[in-house]
Design a protein around this ligand. Structure first.
Ligand code: NAP
Length: 246
């Protein structure tokens, strides 16, 4: 895999899975634009990557804000000249039982995890379709395939992401742009840090691979789908879950 000369945008790219993706793409030669709400963290991580010899820059972007998404993508194109890869990684949880879930908790998660991805794809569509090349990788979740008690909002967003991925793949394929998704299982990040050891054991104990995943486990698969080795793959959802769903 070689991303030399390519420009990648990673939303939520300074923390957790997104950080591992930014690092992997940078290690493979890409220039990386890191988008996040926390612009200081995005810029600090970009400086770290730049010290390794690649171009990298952090941008302020709350993915749930349409104007910020358009502005950040426009700025990336101005700074780097093009966008070859978009990784829609930014995401949140706001868990609760469905019968007690507030409209706010529902909307916030849908707005960030699904509408934000739609807006980011819409924003990169013009430069990518014009260039007749590009790869988009959306970070879904296994719970978007099978549901999860206490996560109706999150599961609905991640299930919606699959339809969005497939529709974009069908629209953009004829113009040389591929769109795929990965569906991680339990990955050790801030998002899952408040699960107790017992809960983690319960989730991973019966897994064929018998352990939780690491952000790097996801990053390698994202790099594969974003790169030329996956040139004939589009509209797919690849589970990265230690065998949880099969
Ligand atoms: P995390 O450690 O909590 O990191 C979340 C990332 O999303 C942060 O970089 C955060 O950036 C960014 N983010 C959240 N809201 C944002 C917004 N409104 N605008 C821009 N950036 C925003 O979570 P993670 O585990 O790495 O999750 C990354 C992705 O993987 C998510 O889509 C998540 O749903 C998915 N996933 C995770 C797991 C897991 O087990 N960890 C499993 C399946 C799927 P700032 O803090 O800078 O805003």
């Amino acid at each position: 895999m070689n991303f030399t000369g390519k420009v990648a945008v990673v939303t939520g790219g300074a923390r957790g899975i997104g950080k591992a993706i930014s690092k992997r793409l940078s290690d493979l030669g890409a220039d990386v634009a890191i988008l996040g709400r926390n612009v200081e963290a995005a810029q600090a991580f970009a400086a770290e990557l730049s010290a390794g010899g690649r171009r990298a820059k952090g941008y302020a972007c709350d993915i749930s804000d349409a104007k910020q998404v358009d502005a950040a993508i426009e700025e990336v194109v101005k700074d780097f000249g093009k966008i070859d890869v978009l990784v829609n990684n930014a995401g949140i949880t706001q868990d609760g039982l469905l019968m007690r879930m507030s409209d706010e908790a529902w909307s916030k998660v849908l707005e960030t995890n699904l509408t934000g991805v739609f807006r980011a794809i819409r924003a990169v569509a013009r430069p990518m379709l014009k260039a007749r090349s590009g790869a988009i990788v959306n970070i879904g979740s296994v719970v978007g395939l099978i549901g999860n008690a206490g996560q109706a909002n999150y599961c609905a967003a991640k299930a919606g992401l699959i339809g969005l991925t497939q529709s974009a793949a069908r629209e953009f394929g004829p113009r040389g742009v591929r769109v795929n998704a990965v569906a991680p299982g339990l990955i050790e990040t801030d998002m899952t840090a408040n699960l107790s050891d017992d809960q983690k054991k319960g989730l991973t104990g019966n897994l064929p691979l018998g352990r939780a995943g690491k952000p790097e486990d996801v990053a390698g698969v994202v790099a594969f789908l974003a790169g030329d080795d996956a040139a004939y793959i589009t509209g797919q959802v690849l589970a990265v879950d230690g065998g949880m769903v099969m």
